[in-house]
Design a protein around this ligand. Structure first.
Ligand code: NDP
Length: 336
């Protein structure tokens, strides 16, 4: 079997030298465990955080150990009655073609209900992030304006579509004309903007004549700068991700604007609330799975997957994710 381990911690953008592809013996399951074959490996922005030993909400990957990650896997051998060989499960196998995992951590998937890869995207952690963060913290009301960036990705695309279902106006932001067209044509955003356009801030102002009531923060950086002056009183900002800064090695140059930010939080009674989706999973996951499956079945939510063929492609695909090379939820197809 093969695995991809972390051999050094990146400074800035992860480089191929930070990883190593290794061939190892097939692991052996113990009592209560199962041997799994990875079918799909999920690649997600949070993995950049796990490569670093800076303070985080989860411990870093140790050097020499496989990169972590969610997988959709087939059970090859089970030492527990809860799953049988042949079952397809959602697991946390990491960047490995095979893994051994405690059966109690696995969730069986029904391949007849939905393509199994969706358990890593629209019907998985990213879809749940959008659902829980938007509905619990953002609380969009009919007629309000919701703005989200990285909007063709699994989190942003679900945020926009759920906002629309709740009767709000959804403004999507993405990088490049191809993604902008998808926002309108595939995901049904009311307006779609390219954050790389030189007049992006003016475009955003034109698209939000009534200001912004919910800014679902996925990226930070220049997008936040353009959104900030458009926020209405009592706006809600679920802080979900800051991908523009994930490869940053220091603070940007320029004047300290913290006072400006805090004064707007005060004057406009803004709610700025960070969250990690796992906070809400215990209470909201079952309702999410039921509701999102229904929205997909009724064609109210569309999804988009970027499927990379072959395990060895994981490293380049992950690097691309951090600069927007992916078109939709990024997964690696490892085996059939
Ligand atoms: P995506 O598939 O959307 O991929 C990331 C996207 O970020 C890229 O495709 C790119 O899109 C965009 N991006 C990269 N750099 C920049 C930049 N400098 N400025 C603006 N956009 C940029 O990822 P996900 O949907 O999986 O994740 C979206 C966000 O949600 C991330 O920040 C992630 O960390 C966060 N997240 C947080 C969770 C939580 O529990 N808090 C859980 C899951 C995800 P484009 O080409 O359009 O610019």
């Amino acid at each position: 079997s093969s695995r991809i381990v972390l051999v050094s911690r990146p400074v800035g953008m992860p480089e191929p030298e930070n990883f190593r592809i290794e061939t190892v013996e097939l692991p052996e399951p113990d009592t209560g465990q199962a041997l799994l074959e990875t079918l799909y490996l999920s690649l997600d922005p949070y993995m950049r955080g796990r490569m670093s030993d800076a303070p985080s909400y989860a411990p870093p990957v140790q050097l020499g150990q496989p990169m972590v990650g969610a997988t959709v896997s087939r059970v090859l051998e089970s030492h527990d009655t809860a799953v049988q060989s042949g079952d397809i499960v959602l697991s946390y196998g990491g960047w490995q073609t095979h893994s051994v995992e405690p059966v109690r951590y696995l969730r069986r998937l029904d391949p007849a209900a939905a393509p199994v890869s969706t358990a890593l995207g629209v019907l998985g952690m990213p879809g749940f992030t959008a659902y829980s963060g938007l509905l619990t913290i953002g609380r969009p009301q009919p007629g309000e304006t919701v703005v989200v960036a990285a909007a063709t990705g699994p989190v942003g695309s679900a945020v926009g579509q759920i906002a629309k279902i709740k009767g709000a106006k959804a403004i999507g932001i993405a990088g490049g004309p191809r993604k902008v067209a998808l926002l309108r044509d595939h995901f049904g955003f009311d307006a779609a903007l390219d954050h790389r356009a030189p007049d992006f801030a003016d475009q955003l102002a034109a698209a939000t004549p009534d200001g912004i009531d919910v800014y679902f923060e996925n990226v930070g950086g220049a997008v936040f700068d353009a959104v900030f002056p458009r926020l209405n009183s009592f706006a809600r900002i679920p802080v979900c991700g800051l991908i523009a800064d994930y490869n940053a090695t220091g603070l940007p140059a320029g004047p300290d604007r913290l006072g400006l930010l805090m004064s707007a939080v005060l004057r406009k009674s803004l709610t700025v609330r960070g969250f990690i989706q796992s906070e809400f999973a215990g209470e909201q996951m079952p309702a999410f799975l039921e509701q999102m499956s229904q929205w997909i079945a009724r064609d109210q939510v569309h999804y988009l997957e970027d499927v990379v063929e072959g395990f060895d492609g994981a490293i380049e695909a992950f690097r691309g994710l951090l600069v927007g090379a992916n078109l939709g939820k990024l997964v690696v197809h490892v085996a059939d």
